[in-house]
Design a protein around this ligand. Structure first.
Ligand SMILES: Nc1ncnc2c1ncn2[C@@H]1O[C@H](COP(=O)(O)OP(=O)(O)O)[C@@H](O)[C@H]1O
Ligand SMILES: [Mg+2]
Length: 353
């Protein structure tokens, strides 16, 4: 799939514009602070109605504007619009209003790669869960709904556990447990369905970047990614005394390894970068398989930290429509040149160059 054009108003520092894109490489060059990431963010927002780096939607509205509006059109006449102001957020697909964000997310498949991705490998477990959740959300609206429901259940259950801790009535525990088990297992089912393929392609892409063998394993207290009463019984005492739900999809992790050793302890920074890039390429591959079309790739200064041979490898591996933001003009593979467009961005103003 390719994003043909985007029109934005009141988005971050971007000067209002209506832009046509190439189906192949779109190269965006500009200095630090020019608005490169903001442009990629606008594209991502058009596809997912949320940002990849900002939790609060209203921070996306340009300082001097009361609202933001984005309209985007892809091939096969698919199009979407988002309007956001102080009081409302309106999503439309093909001109029809979409009340639930889970039905909007992913109308345009998008994978973002940025230098921040190293934190998926290096950072806290929440980063890895967020990666996994986003990947699945983009191919399954039902997964997003389950996640939202699950978070609610955990919150309520935690409150209940706290009340038990203060001597409250135990009778309702079974109800909360059943809810947790049912919803938790929906999430597990989806996660376990995508993991084998994601792992395989992560390892394959990894081989292209380094001579090392990358891998990851899913880590959970729940055996075979299944939540049941046995597991809950084992942690009951701890849960009540902490007033917290300590098992389930919201507590799991991915364990990354390089040649069989923990990546967090043994990988160099370059290897961690190679791993995070391989992971995003694996995500893009999965989206392609699941949706039958390649996602749009947003590369935000990914190559800045790579040596030139790895940069070349990366540019050869990315397929489909690519948005490549950098402070410097890259050397494109010769095959890519014919279907490319070059942009300069300065002070939020984007121009074809
Ligand atoms: N809501 C907003 N309104 C106006 N400007 C914003 C808003 N949010 C961020 N900015 C500005 O956008 C600029 C950063 O743009 P960014 O896309 O991150 O730059 P880069 O080209 O380095 O990726 C900063 O100058 C920041 O102040
Ligand atoms: Mg940036």
């Amino acid at each position: 799939m390719a994003l043909k054009h985007i029109e934005y108003q009141g988005f971050r520092n971007l000067v209002d514009a209506d832009i046509q894109f190439a189906d192949g490489f779109n190269i965006i060059v500009g200095d630090n602070g020019a608005g490169k990431t903001n442009l990629l963010e606008a594209i991502f927002y058009a596809g997912n109605a949320s940002s990849f780096r900002e939790k609060e939607d209203h921070n996306l509205v340009r300082f001097d504007s009361e609202f933001l509006r984005i309209e985007a059109g892809a091939d096969e006449e698919r199009n979407a619009a988002i309007y956001l102001d102080e009081t409302k957020k309106k999503l439309t697909l093909g001109g029809n209003s979409v009340p639930r964000i889970s039905d909007f997310i992913g109308w345009l498949g998008i994978t973002v790669m940025s230098i921040e991705d190293i934190w998926i490998v290096r950072g806290a477990p929440a980063k890895r869960r967020a990666f996994l959740d986003w990947t699945i959300a983009k191919i399954s609206p039902a997964y997003t709904s389950s996640l939202i429901e699950y978070r609610k259940i955990v919150k309520q259950r935690n409150r209940f556990l706290q009340s038990l801790n203060e001597g409250g009535n135990k009778n309702l525990l079974e109800v909360f447990d059943e809810q947790l088990i049912e919803c938790g297992n929906k999430i597990y089912k989806k996660r376990s369905a995508i993991l084998p393929e994601l792992k395989k392609s992560f390892t394959d892409f990894g081989t292209n970047f380094s001579m090392k063998k990358f891998n990851f394993d899913y880590q959970s207290i729940c055996p075979d990614m299944k939540l049941d009463q046995n597991v809950l019984r084992r942690v009951r005492h701890r849960e009540v005394s902490l007033g917290q739900t300590v098992v389930g999809p919201h507590r799991d992790d991915l364990f990354f390894s390089i040649d069989g050793r923990a990546m967090q302890h043994y990988a160099s920074e370059g290897e961690e970068r190679a791993a995070s890039i391989s992971l995003k390429l694996a995500e893009a591959n999965m989206l392609h398989e699941a949706r039958g079309e390649r996602p749009v790739l947003l590369l935000d200064e990914v190559s800045a930290e790579l040596d030139s041979s790895k940069r070349g490898i990366l540019l050869g591996l990315v397929k489909g429509q690519v948005f490549y933001a950098s402070t410097q003009m890259p050397e494109l593979p010769s095959a890519a040149a014919k279907d490319s467009r070059f942009f300069r961005i300065d002070g939020g103003a984007l121009e074809v160059s």
